[in-house]
Design a protein around this ligand. Structure first.
Ligand SMILES: NC(=O)c1ccc[n+]([C@@H]2O[C@H](COP(=O)([O-])OP(=O)(O)OC[C@H]3O[C@@H](n4cnc5c(N)ncnc54)[C@H](O)[C@@H]3O)[C@@H](O)[C@H]2O)c1
Length: 241
């Protein structure tokens, strides 16, 4: 495990929620940050806050449901900040809709943000990470990555798909020292997504997402030779350990 100062992290969904918390902790670790989100004003605000605290940031406004937009964003990130030490694909969209309610375009939007973007981002950094001698890829998973939930006709298969992509890439990445893992929050978190979807009982128990961030610092330091790859991790448990 190594120091992170001066290395690059690419983080999606950085404008709010868990991504916002991870961005702040990564900045404190001295990482240079590529911050991606579709919410332009909020993203700029985060970048301004972090820059004022001394961090080096590149905010990129991107709609990760679009393949072209995602490719443009990741190539800009690589051109300006170089090969990342860690990529955290944290952005996601959850709109509860049953099979009777959902339309194809809505299904594709959620799936693309969660799964297609995971592929495009990973594909773009794969060879650069091989050339750099390793790195760490992290996809934000969920209970919905291993179980079905009513009305999650798109979110659930998207999260299951990330688990599958992680398993394959972990095997392919191991000889190149690239660690690939998923991580689930492991505790109810107080974020805009939760505010929209949790019941009152869960809202009584939700915790500040900052409490989960030690796990993401550990993941930024990982490579495959640390022995943690191909795993579905739990951010709450890792952060409490
Ligand atoms: N909140 C929970 O209880 C919970 C539980 C399990 C897993 N997760 C996962 O944790 C991660 C973070 O969740 P959160 O609660 O902070 O969510 P959030 O909705 O509060 O934040 C998600 C971020 O992703 C961004 N985003 C959404 N669509 C985008 C798009 N098309 N292009 C670019 N950015 C886009 C949003 O603008 C937002 O900033 C997600 O992957 C989520 O699935 C959350």
């Amino acid at each position: 495990m190594e120091t992170l100062t001066g290395k690059t992290a690419i983080l999606t969904g950085a404008a709010q929620g868990l991504g916002y918390a991870i961005a702040h902790v990564y900045a404190r670790e001295g990482l240079r940050l590529v911050l991606m989100d579709v919410l332009a004003d909020k993203l700029q605000q985060v970048a301004d806050e972090l820059t004022a605290s001394g961090a080096e940031c590149l905010p990129i406004v991107v709609d990760l449901s679009s393949a072209e937009d995602t490719q443009r964003a990741i190539h800009l990130a690589l051109a300006q900040f170089g090969t990342p030490r860690v990529v955290v694909h944290n952005a996601a969209l959850l709109k509860e809709r049953s099979m009777q309610e959902i339309e194809l375009a809505q299904w594709q939007r959620e799936m693309n943000i969660i799964l297609q973007a995971a592929f495009i981002l990973s594909k773009a950094v794969w060879q650069p990470m091989i050339d750099a001698g390793g790195g760490s890829l992290v996809y934000l998973s969920s209970g919905s990555g291993i179980k079905g939930f009513l009305k999650e006709v798109a979110y659930c298969p998207g999260k299951h798909g990330q688990e599958g992509l992680m398993k394959v890439l972990a095997m392919e990445g191991e000889p190149f020292n690239i660690a690939v893992n998923t991580i689930t929050p492991g505790a109810p978190i107080n974020t805009p997504m939760s505010a929209e979807n949790y019941n009152d009982d869960l809202k009584q128990k939700w915790v500040d997402p900052l409490l989960l961030t030690p796990a993401f610092v550990q993941l930024a330091k990982l490579t495959a030779q640390d022995g943690i790859t191909g795993q579905r991790l739990n951010a709450w448990e890792m952060s409490q350990a």
